[in-house]
Design a protein around this ligand. Sequence first.
Ligand SMILES: NC(=O)c1ccc[n+]([C@@H]2O[C@H](COP(=O)([O-])OP(=O)(O)OC[C@H]3O[C@@H](n4cnc5c(N)ncnc54)[C@H](OP(=O)(O)O)[C@@H]3O)[C@@H](O)[C@H]2O)c1
Length: 286
Amino acid sequence: MILLTGTSGQLAKEFQRILPERGLEFSAPLEEKLDISNFEQVKCAIEEIKPDVIINCAAYNLVDEAEEEPSLAFKVNSDAVENLAVLCRRFNIFLVHFSTDYVFDGRKKEFYIEEDLVNPVNKYGESKLKGEELIKKHLNNFLILRLSWVIGEGRRNFLYKLFNWTKQKRILKISCDEVSVPTYVEDVVHTTLLSLKKGLKGLYHLTNSGYCSRYELAKYFVKKMGLDNILLPVPASSFILTGTGKAMAKRPLFSAMSNGKISKELNISIPEWEDGVDRFIIRIYK
Ligand SMILES: NC(=O)c1ccc[n+]([C@@H]2O[C@H](COP(=O)([O-])OP(=O)(O)OC[C@H]3O[C@@H](n4cnc5c(N)ncnc54)[C@H](OP(=O)(O)O)[C@@H]3O)[C@@H](O)[C@H]2O)c1
């Protein structure tokens, strides 16, 4: 039995689509019923559902807001993750947790591998890194999968925002020096479930293959959608202020991670990011 958390999020929704297809038993309580920062609530859910595996899709992902309210980011991404780890240890449950490319500072200029030194440049990255460390402190039995630029159904991803911008303005400025790997939720779920089946443990980078800048991603999306917007490549530093007048969080410029280790362990080849975007467009917009 799998217990899924953060069930309204884009990744959790994909698990809820694919788990029934695989005939895997799971329970996905709504966030209101299962707040991972509420130790007693999580404990009660575990006692009732009796999971063998918890897949933690809950997270505080608002990178800019985390600079203004770091305590909330740490509450969900670190303290609550420690709750899960403590309870997984107590009840002998395997924990699957997702982390981020934002644990890196982006100065490496080539694919990050699992052994690379971490050095987050913003509060969101710090809070996610602390979550990883707390899992390692309490558990031997865990899988931490670092993702980047997650694309799925929902409003909290770059392509959703981009599509809205294309309807508002013909000419769009998109940063060309922020580089990572757009990663489609379908590939994340398939690879996570295969990892579970094959008994993978530890820390892995899980992304689609290849990498691109936000500008290249936007150009690809606009072309595939048949839109006539004009995209202008600009440096990320030109977006100093958000609409609210508050400073944006610093982001790593090059945070593409290699999926080589997980691909080798599972003997698979993870599709290129363009292939993921193609499937996302067909599913959501066509
Ligand atoms: N999105 C990305 O580009 C990205 C990049 C790298 C790594 N990741 C990681 O990938 C994982 C999945 O992310 P995602 O894109 O699916 O995120 P998402 O769409 O933002 O989903 C996260 C879900 O967690 C919920 N949540 C927040 N606090 C909670 C709490 N205390 N208890 C229970 N649920 C809570 C959120 O609810 P509310 O909406 O009500 O807050 C939301 O439904 C996360 O670990 C994230 O850090 C994401």
